[in-house]
Design a protein around this ligand. Structure first.
Ligand SMILES: [Zn+2]
Ligand SMILES: [Zn+2]
Length: 367
């Protein structure tokens, strides 16, 4: 079947073109996308040195299922998860589905050590990979069945799709990885799409104090709506957040917070959460910084933990229903995170708005 898609060229840009998608084999699902969120990783994926069907956040309707698929059927509304567990490997067996050792695309039957192209999707007559084995910035996604989870009635596609990455990453980092306990204190640096969901997760975990830090007063006002109890406006020249650290101490009995989360994607802030937590506290870098950065070792003193949580420790069948339940009860906001929607034809503009920080979340809608 043919459908429109955004294809990264591997050298920093993308084109909109038609792709050809096969019907699902055993254990696979064909999803017609209705909405796809975009995040900074999609911008990074433009430069991954090979053509790629873009996108890793999406929601839509199951069009067909392969033999042996029982978790969904044609017509079901589903959200996609970008870490696609196999269920059987060492990490999956330990309940660490995000660290699955044999995640693979549809139409590749044997995990291989080399780079296996998934022949299920073709572009210009050749097999093309799909970003995170999903490729949600396309009319159709051919994926393994473990990549889809049903969406309950009443959740719009535009709100459901962002659960697949940004919401899960923020919420799960607070709830699954840090395991914030009632009454504990939390700092969140950066109040964009991921940071707001750390705040929501911390609030739902019963955190006593949730201190939001950002350079923009508008972002802080928004953070308060999502559950921050205190806000600190950072100054651009306070590069190591020394002034912020003093304020955090003042708000936490002179000790520092129990947890501090970095959600800015700004490389020089990668280790600053260490300065905001108490001795024995936990610093979490959730924005996926890849650039080389240096850190003064005393920042780890004493007994501080530094974690780079992947995908909020996502176990889709456990976490997505939990997030949707919170949403249905009005306890976790999704609609309010979607600042703007765009048709696929205006993906370029959506990417520009994201890079300029104009949206909490931009979402592509498929008509
Ligand atoms: Zn596995
Ligand atoms: Zn993402």
């Amino acid at each position: 079947m043919k459908c429109p898609a955004a294809i990264a060229d591997g050298a920093g840009s993308f084109t909109l073109d038609e792709i050809e998608v096969a019907l699902p084999l055993a254990g696979e699902v064909l999803v017609e996308l209705k909405a796809a969120g975009i995040c900074h990783t999609d911008h990074a994926s433009l430069s991954w040195q090979r053509p790629l069907v873009m996108g890793h956040e999406g929601a839509g309707v199951v069009r067909a299922v392969g033999v042996g698929v029982t978790r969904v059927q044609a017509g079901d509304r589903v959200v996609l998860n970008w870490a696609i567990p196999c269920g059987g490997c060492f990490q999956c067996q330990r309940g660490q589905a995000v660290l699955c050792e044999s995640s693979r695309p549809a139409h590749v039957l044997q995990p291989s050590a080399g780079h296996a192209h998934a022949a299920g999707t073709q572009w210009r007559g050749r097999p093309v990979d799909r970003s995170f084995n999903l490729g949600t910035l396309a009319g159709l996604a051919l994926v393994r069945a473990a990549a889809v989870t049903p969406i309950p009635p009443g959740v719009p596609f535009t709100s459901a799709c962002i659960v697949g990455c940004g919401v899960m990453t923020g919420f799960g980092s607070a709830v699954n990885v840090a395991r914030v306990q009632p009454g504990e204190s939390v700092v969140v640096i950066g109040c964009g799409g991921v940071g707001l969901n750390v705040i929501q997760g911390a609030r739902l975990a019963g955190a006593g104090r949730i201190i939001a830090v950002d350079l923009r007063a508008g972002s802080l006002a928004n953070a308060r709506r999502f559950g921050a109890t205190d806000t600190l406006l950072a100054e651009p020249e306070d590069r190591e957040l020394q002034a912020v650290a003093l304020e955090v101490k003042r708000l936490t009995a002179g000790r520092g917070a129990d947890y501090a989360f970095e959600a800015t994607s700004v490389p020089h802030l990668a280790f600053t959460p260490l300065l905001l937590v108490r001795d024995g506290g936990m610093a979490l870098q959730v924005s996926g910084i890849n650039d080389p950065v240096t850190v003064a070792m005393p920042w780890f003193m004493w007994n501080k933990t530094y974690v780079t949580p992947l995908y909020g420790g996502c176990v889709p069948e456990r976490d997505f229903p939990r997030i949707f339940d919170h949403y249905m009860r009005g306890e976790l906001w999704l609609d309010e995170l979607v600042t703007r929607t765009y048709p696929l034809a205006r993906l370029g503009e959506a990417m520009e708005d994201m890079m300029a920080g104009r949206n909490a979340k931009g979402v592509i809608v498929f008509e």
